[in-house]
Design a binder for this molecule. Structure first.
Ligand SMILES: [Fe+2]
Ligand SMILES: [Fe+2]
Length: 161
């Protein structure tokens, strides 16, 4: 095999993690659409499909280097949707966690002197910079609105992504 067992395990876990991200964001999107926050809902649907894109990049890389892939089951993650603030904080923390996981994969690849995988992971982790920035903006804006649904609805009407 072209990657070590250790790195392969991290890839398999990350495929599940990205699938989980996708489901989390789709659940959030459905909730937001249901309470009439259409643009924020659409934003999370876009995030959800970006996450399946990340999953596919990982799968494509393993396939390219002739490593077998079987996607594991995705454990359910409960998201506190009691307020917009808790949703935004959850998304930000999730993006930070995702970034830390990919960092750990980069470190493992370097440890393995696996430059091919390291180079792939660098391009993969680049996306996280924007993911964190966008999530941080959402947290800042929503926290400023202090659960005022009138303000949040106005924010939603003008939200562009
Ligand atoms: Fe992702
Ligand atoms: Fe993400």
């Amino acid at each position: 095999m072209l990657i070590t067992e250790k790195l392969y395990e991290l890839f398999k876990n990350q495929i599940v993690h990205e699938n989980q991200n996708s489901i989390i964001y789709k659940n959030v999107s459905a909730y937001l659409q249901r309470i009439g926050l259409k643009n924020l809902g659409a934003f999370f649907t876009k995030q959800s499909s970006d996450e399946t894109g990340h999953r596919d990049l990982l799968i494509d890389y393993l396939t390219d280097i002739n490593v077998p892939v079987l996607i594991d089951d995705v454990p359910y993650v409960n998201v506190d949707m009691s307020s917009l603030s808790s949703i935004a904080h959850f998304a930000l923390n999730r993006e930070i966690e995702t970034t830390n996981r990919i960092k750990a994969m980069c470190v493992q690849a370097l440890d393995d002197e696996d430059i091919l995988t390291y180079e792939f992971l660098l391009s993969f982790i680049k996306e996280q910079r924007e993911e964190i920035a966008v999530s941080q903006d959402l947290v800042d804006n929503i926290d400023d609105m202090n659960s005022d649904m009138g303000l949040i609805r106005l924010f939603d009407q003008n939200y562009e992504f």
